[in-house]
Write a protein that binds this ligand. Structure first.
Ligand SMILES: C[S@@+](CC[C@H](N)C(=O)[O-])C[C@H]1O[C@@H](n2cnc3c(N)ncnc32)[C@H](O)[C@@H]1O
Length: 336
């Protein structure tokens, strides 16, 4: 391993690794998909066990050297693809034992200030994870005020979205907004009186832009649907989320397509709803990192892990999931 790859690898702690391994349970071998390879934390642990086979995916080509190294070491058991996980059907086979999603950014991405994810840097506004159509710079300078407001409000849960969007447009009419520090100044000006001590005033707007630029909601919804189709009966789908929209989607999916899903009302005629069962009974259990893990890795503090077990029922497309979150999908599909 050269110095570059080893420093990439050690800069990221795999979140809830012990809990993930316990659920995936790869101890007798099997076929797995790591949809968010990152620094390869999960893949590397699973590969330690003989007869395991991993298809790994990441949209980011900055981690290619780590993946290359594993491909060299395990040529028959490890394959990496630089694609988005919404395209996982193009690379994986069926009958997979477990599929893992560990959403959001890796420390490799966050720590590279040139990529413009952090409001603590003074770099070009970018925020692209990889394979993007547009950057944060394009979004900030080209979206209409109304679309900017919706992105910041709905993807960032930012109460002052209106003022921030207005000030972005005002500022870009004078001069193109190109740097993270330009955006920071605009947000701070817009939120002057409402600084909360707990959370940086820029957190929500930056999160909203990152989600929009990377189409993270559409990716998640299409990714979990395609993953479910690839699982064998009894196979597990695991998702580690880091903010409330992601968790809401995963919870809804597992809850509403499981054997024990709740009916809207007992008076609702059963034959009027198309009941699709994709998962065994889902107990709505969410796992959180231990205090010890949070002390060791502060980034894990907002992690939530949910998982479901594929039932024997034939796969049917869960259109209800798309319909339920259509507003987010429409918002992400606005042209820049
Ligand atoms: C939190 S990191 C994963 C860390 C990894 N579990 C580990 O232990 O090293 C998330 C990774 O998922 C990737 N990613 C996020 N969304 C993706 C998508 N839609 N398709 C493919 N990769 C994605 C990011 O580029 C990032 O490298």
């Amino acid at each position: 391993m050269n110095n570059h790859t080893s420093s990439l690898e050690t800069s990221h702690f795999p979140v809830m690794l012990k809990e993930v391994l316990k659920i995936v349970s790869p101890f007798n071998g099997g076929k797995y998909i790591d949809c968010t390879f990152g620094a390869g934390g999960y893949s590397r642990e699973i590969l330690k066990i003989p007869n395991t086979n991993i298809t790994a995916i990441d949209r980011d080509n900055h981690i290619k050297s780590l993946a290359d190294e594993l491909e060299k070491k395990f040529p028959k058991r490890f394959r990496f693809y630089q694609i988005k996980f919404s395209q996982l059907d193009t690379v994986s086979s069926e009958d997979v034992d477990a599929i893992i999603f560990d959403l959001g950014l890796s420390s490799i991405q966050l720590n590279n200030l040139n990529r413009g994810f952090s409001f603590k840097s003074d770099k070009r506004l970018n925020m692209e994870m990889g394979l993007n159509k547009a950057s944060a710079l394009d979004a900030i300078n080209n979206l209409s005020e109304i679309d900017l407001k919706s992105v910041i409000k709905f993807l960032g849960d930012e109460k002052e979205a209106s003022k921030i969007a207005k000030n972005i447009v005002k500022s870009r009419n004078d001069k193109k907004i190109t740097k993270t520090s330009d955006l920071v100044k605009i947000i701070e000006k817009s939120k002057k009186k409402n600084f909360s001590k707990k959370i940086n005033p820029c957190t929500k707007t930056f999160q909203a832009l990152r989600i929009f630029v990377n189409k993270e909601i559409s990716e998640l919804i299409n990714g979990v649907i395609k993953a479910t189709k690839r699982l064998k009966p009894g196979g597990k789908i695991l998702v580690v989320t880091f903010h409330s929209i992601e968790d809401k989607i995963v919870k809804y999916f597992f809850n509403n397509f499981s054997k024990n899903r709740s009916r809207p009302s007992r008076y609702f005629p059963e034959n009027k709803i198309e009941e699709i069962t994709l998962f065994e009974e889902y107990r709505n259990k969410v796992l959180r990192p231990t205090k010890r893990e949070i002390d060791l890795n502060n980034r894990s503090r907002s992690a939530k892990l949910r998982y479901a077990t594929r039932s024997k029922s034939e796969f049917k497309y869960p259109q209800k999931l798309i319909d339920k979150f259509k507003n987010y999908l429409d918002l992400e599909s606005v042209n820049v």
